[in-house]
Ligand binder design. Structure first.
Ligand code: GUN
Length: 265
């Protein structure tokens, strides 16, 4: 199923499930920036939640807020029994240490999956794994190559692929061109999150049955481009836009349901 249809189908399922709940799942987004991309993400998250019957509140805080004051706001949500999930939208202003803020969120409410003790997985890698499994893409014993090593995508992606028994190779900006070519051409699954438009191009000899998952969002002249060129000769390539971004958004909702169920059991 193409990702757009898949996500709509999953959202319908969620909506039906939530219709049957007397206490509705409820989460809060704290935003401390005037970032245009963040505004768009936040709007998307609120729209997704509302569509399936989840309650979502946005708390906008002044950009001059101190780290201590932000932690106090987070604690209010942590201690509010009516709230199941909390997102602190990144980036944060310079006076605030993002790593400290990630640790301030109650791990049981951390639907971003950023806290080291949370049981939720980060939304992008988890959304990708769920999609690949639902599409019956074989994972066990397959060569998975993760291009990129960010904390939010690359590292957790490699961990989740390993849990599915893939042979995982992680490559990155310091990998030599020659080695990169070797790994790419032996890969059954490539997840690319390197932030360079068209990095995967037609110069490589991909396995014909390979699957390319494109996490890149590169804005060029107002248009979105992935990290891979379009129409590579492989079995499945996720589009940009209309690909991984939708899976990430879906997984935020399923993480919230996981947090809700753990709190209401
Ligand atoms: N900023 C960009 N992506 C994300 C995300 O997934 N979660 C949060 N909290 N902030 C972001």
């Amino acid at each position: 199923m193409i990702i757009k249809e898949y996500v709509n189908y999953k959202k319908e399922e969620l909506k039906k499930e939530i219709e049957g709940l007397t206490v509705k799942p409820h989460f809060v987004i704290i935003q401390v920036n005037e970032d245009e991309a963040s505004n768009a993400y936040v709007k998307g998250k609120i729209k997704d939640a509302t569509e399936v019957g989840i309650i979502c509140d946005l708390i906008k805080l002044p950009i001059t807020i101190s780290q201590e004051e932000l932690i106090q706001e987070i604690n209010k949500i942590n201690n509010n029994d009516e709230i199941d999930g909390l997102i602190v939208q990144m980036p944060l202003p310079r006076q605030i240490d993002e790593e400290i803020i990630k640790l301030a969120v109650d791990p049981n409410k951390d639907i971003d999956g950023f806290h080291p003790l949370t049981k939720m997985d980060p939304c992008t890698p988890k959304g990708i794994i769920n999609y690949l499994k639902d599409e019956q893409i074989p994972l066990s014993g397959k060569n998975a190559v993760v291009i990129g090593r960010s904390n939010i995508v690359g590292k957790p992606m490699a961990r989740l692929l390993l849990l599915e028994n893939c042979n995982v190779t992680q490559v990155h900006s310091r990998t030599s061109k020659e080695d990169m070519k070797f790994y790419i051409e032996h890969a059954d699954i490539i997840v690319i999150a390197i932030g360079k438009a068209g990095y995967l191009d037609h110069s490589y000899n991909y396995k014909p049955d390979a699957v390319i998952v494109d996490v890149g969002i590169n804005r060029i002249d107002g248009k979105l481009h992935g990290d891979a060129e379009r129409d590579l000769p492989v079995k499945l390539q996720t589009p940009v836009p209309g690909g991984v971004g939708l899976l990430t958004r879906l997984t935020l909702l399923t993480n919230l349901m996981q947090a809700y169920k753990a709190r209401h059991k």
